[in-house]
Design a protein around this ligand. Structure first.
Ligand code: ATP
Ligand code: MG
Length: 374
């Protein structure tokens, strides 16, 4: 097992810079997820760890050793890809054993490693089958098994579940989490699925525009996103945004004003905010209540009702044309075309300056405060 460290890591393809300087420390045994929209550079960064892409600038260390110029096979890593590309004419056993045979490992050692991996992945009943006789999830497990037998210091996964159907994805996700607990290995996992990121990660790296927009625990990213991009990316449905003007700044917080909400005092550190500044208030749909139950109320026409059972997603449009989503109790009577109120607490609000950078929230939940030591 090994720690990993990136310092000002950059990647250019010709004149185009794709990774513009990423600093990241990964502790031994940590599960780190790279997440971000398509094309943001997740696979590129992972392939730079693997040694499959040259590092244009900066340093990459694995286990305290600079690996910039090391061949992939000398880096102590194993990679599992989205397309698992098993050898179609080899059995499950031989697919897992192949790399070890090539490396001229003794037969008894190969056998022990393959059987151990099969046990961990519950593949024992399938060792004599060919890949075409397996389900997608079983094939993906064989691909993971090929990585396990190599006993790598660092496991790299690039969207390993995206070919699986929804139910199998949830199952295999749980298996990967268990594998991480059992092996205690360092893992880096790429996905564009924020639910996978939230559920698997010790630490999430949100990539966008060539930069790490924020690095933190899932709860830190959810409760204290550093900017509008992270706020919008983590959480589903997306956070609602309301354009506001700063109407007052005091030791109590920031008073904001907007046509749809009137004036509201938010428990937020004013920082450099000044009266008259434009800002964006962020409120998550799940922090909305039906009716005037919480401090700040918005009224509008119900444009969408999605009943999910224990909760209902509603979207309203205010008289000023603002669309807002709320997740409310599933038993609430509400219909398309109704005029209704949604409300939310000042303490649930996020605030971002005109450049999109978050102001510091004062009332963050215990899970986040405890980690920060504040
Ligand atoms: N060989 C290459 N030459 C030029 N540009 C490339 C090359 N490989 C990737 N890119 C560009 O680098 C950017 C990052 O690509 P990358 O594959 O890392 O994205 P990603 O975040 O993994 O996206 P996805 O979620 O779609 O897999 C993209 O804009 C892509 O077009
Ligand atoms: Mg990719």
């Amino acid at each position: 097992m090994a720690s990993l460290s990136m310092k000002s890591v950059r990647k250019s393809y010709g004149a185009v810079e794709v990774i513009k300087g990423v600093d990241l420390d990964i502790a031994d045994g940590e599960f780190v997820v790279f997440v971000g929209p398509s094309g943001c550079g997740k696979s590129t960064l992972l392939r730079m760890v693997a040694g499959l892409e040259e590092i244009t600038a900066g340093t990459m260390e694995i286990g305290g050793r600079v690996v910039n110029d090391l061949e992939p096979k000398d880096r102590g890593i194993a990679m599992v890809f989205q397309s698992y590309a098993l050898y179609p004419h080899k059995t499950v056993y031989d697919n897992m054993a192949f790399g070890l045979h090539i490396a001229k490992a003794p037969r008894a050692e190969v056998d022990a490693k393959v059987r151990k991996a099969a046990e961990i992945l519950k593949l024992e009943p399938y060792l004599d089958r060919l890949p075409k006789q397996l389900s997608g999830g079983q094939r993906q497990r064989v691909a993971i098994g090929r990585a396990i037998v190599r006993n790598p210091e660092v496991f790299l996964f690039d969207e390993p579940l995206s070919n699986l159907d929804a139910a199998l994805r949830v199952n295999t996700r749980a298996e990967i989490a268990k594998l991480h607990r059992d092996l205690g290995a360092t893992m880096i996992y790429v996905t564009h699925d924020q639910v996978e990121a939230m559920t698997l990660a010790d630490k999430i790296v949100v990539l966008e525009g060539g930069y790490a927009q924020q690095i933190g625990t899932p709860m830190e990213l959810y409760h204290t996103p550093a900017n509008l991009f992270v706020a919008g990316f983590i959480g589903s449905p997306k956070m609602n945004y309301i354009e506001v003007t700063v109407a007052g700044v005091s030791t109590d917080g920031v008073k904001v004003a907007a046509p749809d909400i009137g004036e509201a005092l938010l428990p937020i550190d004013p920082g450099k905010a000044a009266v008259g500044d434009r800002a964006t208030l962020g409120i998550r749909p799940e922090d909305m209540r039906h009716g005037k139950t919480d401090g700040i109320t918005v009224s509008g026409n119900v444009e969408l009702v999605e009943r999910l059972g224990h909760e209902t997603l509603v979207e309203i449009t205010t008289t000023n044309g603002l669309d807002l989503k709320g997740i409310i109790d599933g038993t609430t009577l509400i219909s398309l075309g109704d005029t209704t109120d949604l409300s939310f607490a000042a303490a649930s609000c996020h605030l971002f300056d005109s450049a999109g950078k978050a102001f510091t929230r004062r009332e963050v939940p215990e899970v986040v405060r405890a980690r920060r030591g504040t």
